[in-house]
Design a protein around this ligand. Structure first.
Ligand code: TRP
Ligand code: SF4
Length: 341
């Protein structure tokens, strides 16, 4: 791809993708398998914009004082897993304030009823006596994140599908009123389905302590994997196991060399391989996968100015596109009084 088509993006052969991740700090196996590994794979196939969405994160309960560190840690993790700023645009959402202005413009077309029907809103709003309007508006900002780059596609897991549908509705409503301008972005279905935590029950999450950090060392990995829940019917080491109900086996398939998987499956069924052994192989696979991440993260942690440089350059590039889109959206909505003087 030549430089012009890379710069202009829209005219280029590659479709444009936007994705966002909350600055939760440390990245765990679930974030990696569910999102970041795909971010790495998408870099060459699409023109990618990746955003660390701090303006969404302030709706959470975490301490504001730790947000800068969580944002930096997330950037380090994203870069450590192999997201390459030479091949994509990585930036922090709040560095591109146009997102917020576009969200306001979209507030004028987004239906309250639809926002109230969002599953995530319904779940989260239960935790409040007085629901902040930002919780209701959350998907409008998300629509702005996506549409300000006029993205063609967005990778979405189950939990974000509704928000993408709403984004498409907002684009449609806005276009109907102000003229065809925003694309209705398609969903890119994730490579892997829902990832259950090491407890074999709930979604993998750091706060539930059922996962493992992608920056964990060998001991750290084993410490978490050792306790993973397997086939509950397997009591003795030589009981025949049921890989199809074992969550460790599902995870194995995502990280262990394919050539080993059928052996593991057969030996489990025959009762010739114990779960501890099997988890050892799984832990080894993780350690191998994570090794380069740890090395890169260590380097970046020692050179925060490099991370800062990447995020600044990313914000500059994102800003260029965002400014153009916002200018057009404003003009079509009549926010251009200076031009009448
Ligand atoms: N809501 C997403 C989440 O919680 C994060 C997000 C914000 C996002 N803006 C986005 C994801 C735009 C995709 C596209 O995971
Ligand atoms: Fe699961 Fe492996 Fe134990 Fe079989 S041997 S039940 S696949 S952990």
């Amino acid at each position: 791809m030549n430089e012009t088509s890379e710069k202009t993006g829209k005219g280029a052969a590659r479709k444009r993708v936007l994705s966002g991740i909350q600055p939760t700090g440390e990245v765990h196996l679930g974030n990696y398998l569910g999102a970041l590994r795909q971010w790495v794979h998408m870099q060459d196939r699409y023109e990618c914009f990746y955003s660390i969405v701090d303006l969404h994160a302030i709706l959470g309960e975490d301490e504001p004082a730790s947000l800068p560190a969580r944002t930096l840690d997330m950037a380090i993790s994203v870069l450590a897993v192999g997201v390459d700023p030479e091949r994509c645009t990585l930036f922090v959402q709040s560095d591109v304030p146009e997102h917020v202005e576009l969200a306001w413009l979209f507030n004028t077309v987004a239906p309250v009823g639809d926002l109230e029907r969002m599953t995530q809103y319904k779940d989260k709003s239960k935790r409040y006596d007085s629901i902040p309007v930002g919780l209701l508006n959350y998907p409008v900002l998300q629509a702005a994140d996506i549409l300000i780059y006029r993205a063609d596609a967005v990778p979405v897991g189950d939990d974000q599908r509704q928000h993408l549908e709403l984004t498409r509705d907002i684009a449609r409503k806005w276009n109907a009123r102000y003229g065809e301008y925003f694309p209705e972005p398609d969903a890119i279905i994730p490579e892997v389905g829902r990832i259950k935590g090491l407890d074999g029950e709930t979604k993998m999450s750091k706060s539930l302590g059922n996962t493992v950090s992608i920056l964990a060392d060998e001991d750290g990995v084993w410490e978490s994997v050792r306790r993973a829940v397997t086939d509950p019917q397997r009591v003795r080491r030589d009981d025949p196991g049921r890989p199809e109900v074992c969550n460790v086996f599902s995870l194995h398939k995502l990280v262990t060399d394919a050539s080993l998987i059928s052996d593991i499956e057969e030996q489990c069924k025959a009762g010739t391989r114990g779960c501890v052994d099997c988890k050892r192989i799984f832990a080894d696979s993780l350690v191998r996968e994570f090794a380069p991440f740890r090395e890169r993260a260590e380097h970046l942690r020692a050179h925060p100015e490099e991370v800062r440089g990447v995020l600044e350059a990313g914000a500059d590039r994102a800003h260029e596109v965002a400014r153009e889109t916002l200018g057009e959206a404003r003009a079509r909505m009549g926010i251009k009084w200076r031009s009448t003087l």
